[in-house]
Design a protein. Structure first.
Length: 356
């Protein structure tokens, strides 16, 4: 039996993200495993999104479909800030934390001219559930991952992160169909003219523990096998948050700045760089932006968690533990301890043939 009911059907390339994120349309992201190391369908579906898949975005805080975007095909592992929001998670008192995650890049996010409210969707309950019932009859034994379920004589959004939106649902939701059709007709973002340089910069950022920047344009990408590195990074970020949270107010800036946290201490803002490693506390990798920032900003703190132990269980799940904490506060970058691993060189506008 195929993994999904839509396997082999190129036209069934629509998904629906159900989220409260403030940066809707930036990417899709989910933990590599749910609580207890088990698979969760809403998380597993993230890996099923392919290049060109259309993602419909439902803002569960506003209870409305707000926009659509397209997957570039690039996917990679990196730590994500996450807390499950289902009823089971609420009862268990689950709090947000850094987790090893899978990120799928999106492009060309566009908002609906008029958001489609849950109230309007409920008015089409019968038609939507008819689609669900027809699919279940056509694909017995398959999970549908349908975005809506019956609830108290009405309809509610399925409690999951990512759902499969059937192509037939667009006939019931013409507002979404129009936006999705425009997205499909638009060309993808142009591929970078210097892909090797872009990829090198992305690799440096990833190796230095920074969130991996998206490609500048469409790229097929691949899922990295360096899960241990991601587990170590998430573990170090949680350890730093716990440490600095006892000192002052901490704000996460890892997705927008070259540093990971801002902490307010006695009215002053300190910028925190976080590094995690399984080795001894001898060397850490820095990106060019991190070096530049450390040289310019007057209050920088460096948090290093070294000698982290990574273990693998019988289910092939990785767990980080232990570690030796080193805090440099303040951290003044010593140029004599800085060793360049490579350089980006901007070529002159006109090349010359020499010696030929």
């Amino acid at each position: 039996m195929d993994a999904f009911w839509w396997s082999g059907r190129a036209d069934e390339n629509l998904f629906m993200e159900i989220t409260r994120r403030e940066d809707i349309g930036r990417d899709l992201r989910a933990p590599l495993a749910a609580r207890g190391g088990v698979d969760t369908p809403g998380y597993t579906l993230v890996s099923a999104v392919q290049a060109g898949s259309v993602v419909v975005h439902y803002d569960s805080a506003a209870e409305q479909i707000v926009g659509v975007s397209r997957a570039t095909g690039e996917r990679f592992n990196q730590p994500i800030w996450w807390a499950a929001r289902g009823s089971y998670a609420r009862k268990a008192g689950v709090r947000p934390e850094w987790l090893p995650g899978l990120v799928v890049a999106l492009e060309d996010y566009r908002r609906l001219a008029t958001p489609l409210s849950l109230t309007a969707i409920r008015q089409r309950r019968a038609a939507l559930l008819a689609i669900r019932d027809a699919l279940q009859a056509e694909h017995p034994g398959h999970s549908l991952y349908f975005p809506w379920i019956p609830y108290q004589g009405s309809l509610r959004t399925f409690q999951t992160y990512l759902a499969k939106l059937p192509r037939a649902a667009l006939d019931v939701l013409p507002e979404v169909r129009t936006a999705a059709a425009e997205l499909v007709d638009e060309p993808s973002l142009p591929t970078s003219v210097q892909p090797e340089v872009d990829e090198a910069e992305r690799d440096v950022a990833s190796a230095a523990g920074r969130p991996r920047p998206p490609r500048k344009g469409k790229g097929q990408g691949f899922a990295t096998s360096q899960r241990a590195k991601v587990v170590v990074e998430a573990y170090a970020m949680n350890a730093a948050l716990l440490y600095y949270g006892k000192i002052g107010k901490v704000t996460d800036t890892s997705r927008t700045e070259s540093y990971d946290y801002v902490i307010e201490i006695n009215g002053e803002l300190w910028h925190v760089e976080v590094k995690g490693t399984t080795g001894d506390p001898e060397d850490v990798l820095l990106t060019p932006r991190e070096v530049e920032h450390a040289n310019k900003y007057p209050r920088v703190s460096l948090f290093v968690l070294s000698n982290i132990t990574v273990t693998r269980d019988e289910h092939d799940e990785l767990t980080a533990s232990g570690g030796k904490m080193s805090v440099f506060h303040p951290w003044s970058l010593d140029p004599s301890r800085l060793s360049p691993l490579g350089y980006k060189y901007r070529l002159p506008e006109k090349g010359k043939l020499s010696g030929l």
